[in-house]
Write a protein that binds this ligand. Structure first.
Ligand SMILES: Nc1ncnc2c1ncn2[C@@H]1O[C@H](COP(=O)(O)OP(=O)(O)OP(=O)(O)O)[C@@H](O)[C@H]1O
Ligand SMILES: [Mg+2]
Length: 388
């Protein structure tokens, strides 16, 4: 049985928020998170947004800003993980002319720039400890110093922070200040992982498919019932970001089609944790059907793997039967980790593909046919293996 979250009443206000920010989904955990954001918006407390990567954390600081008293003031989003350690203090708090090599003029930092408004500190766990100390001070007293200055300045900022890491663990490991953790997490909003959102997954898939078709003026894709069920059973380790990526690929290469379960599975990275086993309740009457469906999925994946193995072995005597090259064929490029790079098996695979392409004078469709893989898989492999 697929355990559906029970539907909750959604107030007019929540609907308005969802509409304004184009947030899709009615699952109780998502609605609860939105509700918390709306409730805390008018009250000037620090908020910590937690949730796995790609789950949609970035909507929440926007809700808090737009539905609070600071809405007419500035909103600045800072990705703490993307700013080099050497410049982050200057970015956040500004610097005086000559305070370091290259500081040719003085500069305002975000905390001065956004005075009266909201700063969203994304990936807050990445802040260096020295910056954490400065941040704690500005949160507690509203005071800060520009880099290279001894003049205390004041600012009035609301901070919303987000992280996909376990901050308490970071505290235990000495990477994050405990006092800052408590200061930031006055109110915590948990954004649920996608695989806990039931039918939201299908709503999101439809929305992304429609958005793609509209944006690129292609024929929209739709989904078979089986594909919809598979969408809900898959684990979505990359959450909404991954779903969008998968739907975009399908919308591009299968424009106008009704996507079957098989087509969907072909575009998913498959590993042994891919299926959402907690969604299967063994004692339930309908569980047999679900089990069958999962076995079917696994069998079709196994067939795919066997096919690929065969193709690769046929084409290259030296390829061993090690399984991960095969599994990799089912993975989308962004999920192929560096551990696979420069593997000797890749080189053989690369040669097979290059030779086949050369035989067909670069005609990818014909090469894909000979390799017995879809054109999409061929493109993906070419991209992974660096074949131009
Ligand atoms: N409920 C939703 N409705 C519509 N789009 C969504 C929803 N949730 C997430 N998205 C989209 O998914 C993508 C990823 O979301 P977002 O960038 O907010 O993730 P995140 O939680 O900040 O991830 P990370 O921790 O990796 O930064 C964005 O394009 C966002 O617009
Ligand atoms: Mg983010």
């Amino acid at each position: 049985m697929i355990q559906m979250p029970v539907k909750t009443e959604i107030s007019e206000e929540i609907l308005r928020v969802k509409q304004r920010l184009s947030i899709i989904g009615d699952s109780p955990a998502l609605i609860e998170a939105i509700k918390r954001a709306v409730t805390v918006a008018p009250i000037d407390l620090s908020v910590l947004v937690t949730g796995p990567s790609g789950s949609g954390k970035e909507f929440f600081p926007k809700i808090i800003h737009q539905f609070g008293a600071r809405k007419h003031k500035k909103y600045i989003a800072v990705n703490c993980g993307a700013i080099p350690e050497g410049t982050i203090d200057s970015e956040l708090f500004g610097h005086e002319k000559g305070s370091f090599t290259g500081a040719v003029s003085s500069r305002k930092g975000y905390f001065e720039e956004a005075d009266g408004g909201t700063i969203f500190l994304d990936e807050v766990a990445e802040l260096p400890l020295t910056t954490q100390a400065r941040l704690l001070r500005v949160l507690e007293t509203g005071e800060f110093l520009k880099v290279g200055s001894s003049v205390v300045q004041t600012t009035d900022i609301r901070v919303v922070a987000a992280t996909n890491v376990d901050l308490l663990k970071a505290v235990a490991e000495g990477r994050f200040r405990e006092d800052l953790y408590y200061r930031l997490s006055t109110v915590v909003i948990n954004v649920p992982p996608l695989n806990e959102r039931g039918e939201d997954i299908v709503l999101l898939a439809r929305k992304f498919a429609a958005d793609f078709a509209e944006k690129y003026m292609t024929k929209p894709i739709s989904f078979s019932d089986e594909a919809k069920r598979a969408l809900m059973l898959y684990n979505w380790p990359g959450n909404v970001r991954q779903l969008k990526n998968v739907i975009d690929q399908l919308a591009l290469f299968e424009a106008g089609e009704e996507i079957s379960r098989r087509q969907l599975l072909e575009s998913l990275p498959i590993n042994r944790d891919s299926m959402s086993t907690p969604m299967i309740a063994p004692s339930d009457d309908s569980s047999e059907l679900e089990r069958k469906m999962i076995f079917q999925m696994l069998f079709s994946m196994r067939d795919e793997i066997e096919n690929l193995k065969k193709v690769i072995n046929d084409k290259s005597g030296e390829v061993s039967s090690s399984s991960y090259t095969d599994v990799r064929a089912l993975m989308a490029p962004e999920h192929v980790s560096d551990q696979f790079a420069n593997n000797p098996l890749d080189l053989s695979e690369k040669k097979v593909i290059e030779d086949t392409l050369a035989r067909h004078n670069g005609n990818k469709k014909q090469a894909a046919e000979e390799l017995q893989i879809s054109l999409r898989t061929l493109y993906r492999k070419m991209q992974d293996l660096g074949i131009s």
